[in-house]
Each structure stands twice: as structure tokens, then as C-alpha cells.
Design a protein around this ligand. Structure first.
Ligand SMILES: Cc1cc2nc3c(=O)[nH]c(=O)nc-3n(C[C@H](O)[C@H](O)[C@H](O)COP(=O)(O)OP(=O)(O)OC[C@H]3O[C@@H](n4cnc5c(N)ncnc54)[C@H](O)[C@@H]3O)c2cc1C
Length: 184
């Protein structure tokens, strides 16, 4: 394990040029911005961004427009592989199952262990499913990720929307626009 005194100085402030091992869980805007901020302060550090999606940073708000057909999938990607390379950030596709702060290690879905000096959890938020009968049925979906949007776009006979967020206001015309709306 790395000596933590390399990371935090006497004042408790993180110092520059530390060469630390930084692990960021979450590759959304928060995780990516944090990687950039760390790189500015620590040019030598090893930075890894972990996300269970494994893709480059993309726009979640844009998912609604992907569903409407207003934009193609590739236009959602705000960053590409080259941006991560330029930042000197390693990207890993993995789900974090548990964290052991005592040993400063994460356990991944496949049992692998990853050590860190400093850990940032930037794991965002997920839709909460209401407790209603039938919620567990196949075909009931949420829209949190690109994978969700791809699933929703697979041809289905009929669909409905539940919720009051922005997405619910945007999606119905789009579903019609993609020629999947039925009825009046
Ligand atoms: C359809 C939709 C529309 C939206 N529209 C708007 C809008 O109009 N305006 C607005 O301000 N906001 C909107 N939002 C919300 C906005 O996208 C989020 O606030 C923003 O993405 C949060 O960024 P974040 O970096 O905190 O987390 P996220 O972007 O949610 O990223 C979380 C990351 O954590 C990773 N992760 C989570 N758990 C684990 C784990 N156990 N192991 C490994 N990785 C993990 C995920 O893979 C992901 O990379 C919308 C969201 C959605 C889904």
C-alpha cells in the first residue's frame, strides 16, 4: 500500500506533483471533470476512471433526443479516446462491488482488486422504480444510460411513459416521429 503522507501534506491539503494513484468511480461529467482537475495539480499521477458502462463520456440529457430521432448516437459523445489519452487517464469498464477503506482497495464485479491512494465516487444517480404491480415485468424500463436507450429503441408493439420529468415531455412526440406511436 502506498504511504498516504505522499498525498496529503501537513496542512491536510493535497500537494502538486505527488505521483499518486487516483481512482475515480464514474465516467460522467463529474468524474471526467475531476480527472482534469487532478491532472492539472498532479502531472505525474496515475489516474484511472472506472465505469460499468465502459464508454467515453456522453450526454445523458441527449438520450431523450436519441429516442426522438433528433440526433444520431455518435453525436452524444462529448469526449473520445483521444481526450482520455491526452489527459493521461486510463479508462476501465468494470462495476465496483465493494470498497475496503482500511486497505484502500476496491473489489470489481469479476473479483479483481484495485488499490488506490485517493478514491473519488462520482457515481451519479439512478431512476427509482415506483412500487407498483407489474414493475418487474419484461419491457418496463428506465432511461439512465445509453444501454437503456438502445433497449427502448428495439422494436416493440406498444409503449407507455410514466413520470413527470423533462424526458417524459420530450419522448412521446419522438416515439411518434420514429413511427412507433399507435392510436390517436
Ligand atoms: C434521460 C436524462 C435526461 C437528463 N436531462 C437533464 C437535463 O436536461 N438537465 C440536467 O441538468 N440534467 C439532466 N440529466 C441529469 C444529468 O445527466 C446528471 O445530473 C449528470 O449526468 C450527473 O453527472 P455525474 O457525473 O454526477 O453522474 P452520471 O453522469 O450519472 O455518471 C455516473 C457514472 O458512474 C458509473 N457508476 C455508477 N455506479 C457504478 C459502479 N458501482 N461501478 C462502476 N461505475 C459506476 C456509471 O457507469 C457512470 O459512468 C438527465 C439525465 C438523464 C438520464
Amino acid at each position: 500500500m502506498t504511504d498516504n503522507s505522499r498525498l496529503v501534506g501537513q496542512t491536510g491539503k493535497v500537494t502538486a506533483e505527488m505521483g499518486g494513484n487516483y481512482l475515480i468511480v464514474g465516467n460522467g461529467p463529474a468524474g471526467y471533470a475531476a480527472a482534469g482537475a487532478i491532472r492539472e495539480r498532479d502531472p505525474l499521477g496515475e489516474i484511472t476512471i472506472l465505469s460499468h458502462e465502459g464508454t467515453a463520456l456522453y450526454s445523458r440529457p441527449g438520450l431523450a433526443y436519441l429516442l426522438t430521432g433528433a440526433v444520431p448516437e455518435r453525436s452524444l459523445f462529448a469526449r473520445g479516446d483521444e481526450d482520455y489519452r491526452r489527459l493521461g487517464v486510463r479508462r476501465l469498464a468494470a462495476r465496483v462491488n465493494s470498497i475496503d477503506p482500511q486497505t484502500r482497495r476496491l473489489q470489481l464485479h469479476d473479483g479483481r482488486l484495485l488499490g488506490y491512494d485517493a478514491l473519488l465516487l462520482a457515481t451519479g444517480a439512478r431512476a427509482i422504480l415506483p412500487d407498483v404491480p407489474g414493475i418487474e415485468l419484461d419491457g418496463v424500463v428506465t432511461l439512465d444510460t445509453l444501454a437503456d436507450a438502445r433497449r427502448i429503441l428495439r422494436p416493440r408493439r406498444r409503449g407507455g411513459l410514466s413520470g413527470t420529468g423533462l424526458f417524459c415531455g420530450q419522448a412521446p412526440p419522438g416515439r411518434g416521429g420514429r413511427g412507433r406511436r399507435r392510436g390517436p
